[in-house]
Design a protein around this ligand. Structure first.
Ligand SMILES: [Zn+2]
Length: 197
């Protein structure tokens, strides 16, 4: 499921994910309808501010070598972790948001021309929102020096023209229900979003 190279930050993040119930192992139906052994809900990791702060500090350590002057995150997924990462780096935090279908920078936020920007997301799978945020920053004259994410689910394929720094890489392994080995063992798949409903 995960990279097993020694990595204290990844180990610590895995602990935080487990403690917050954000990373669960079992047999799940994903929103795509596919079945999987693992399920991640990053919002639960960030539910406790002290855990969000720790995750932001760890991600800031990953991004520090790129010397960003500011952090930009696409709303909503990147807001909490982007803010905590910016706090740990001591730089401004701004966010992009969709307006009439277009990713935009609003609310009086500005990007200084030529400034170094890191774009931070919670989870990168296809990287769509982060890539749109990168385009917004570049259109405004900022230099995107890196992307950051708590979890990289992209499966290792580079999604961006800039380096992606993540705390944890998770495999994408999932199955169409007809080919699910867990179903084949007679296990029943759980819809993780239904917990507590
Ligand atoms: Zn299954």
């Amino acid at each position: 499921m995960t990279d097993r190279a020694p990595d204290a930050a990844a180990d610590r993040l895995r602990e935080l994910l487990r403690a917050s119930g954000a990373l669960r192992s079992g047999h799940f139906v994903l929103s795509s309808g596919r079945h999987a052994r693992h399920y991640v809900q990053c919002a639960l990791l960030l539910e406790l501010p002290e855990r969000a702060r720790e995750a932001g500090t760890l991600l800031a350590q990953r991004l520090a070598t790129h010397r960003p002057d500011s952090i930009v995150s696409p709303a909503l997924g990147g807001l909490v972790i982007g803010h905590e990462t910016a706090a740990a780096l001591g730089v401004p935090f701004r966010f992009t948001e969709r307006h009439a279908g277009e990713m935009t920078l609003r609310r009086g936020f500005e990007i200084e021309a030529g400034s170094r920007v890191a774009v931070v997301e919670d989870v990168v799978t296809t990287g769509g929102s982060a890539r749109e945020a990168i385009e917004v920053v570049e259109r405004l004259g900022g230099e995107v020096v890196a992307a950051g994410a708590i979890i990289d689910r992209s499966g290792g394929g580079s999604r961006f023209a800039v380096p992606l720094e993540s705390l944890l890489k998770l495999g994408l392994e999932s199955y169409v229900p007809d080919e699910c080995p867990l179903c084949a063992q007679g296990s029943h798949a759980e819809k993780p979003g239904s917990r507590g409903a």
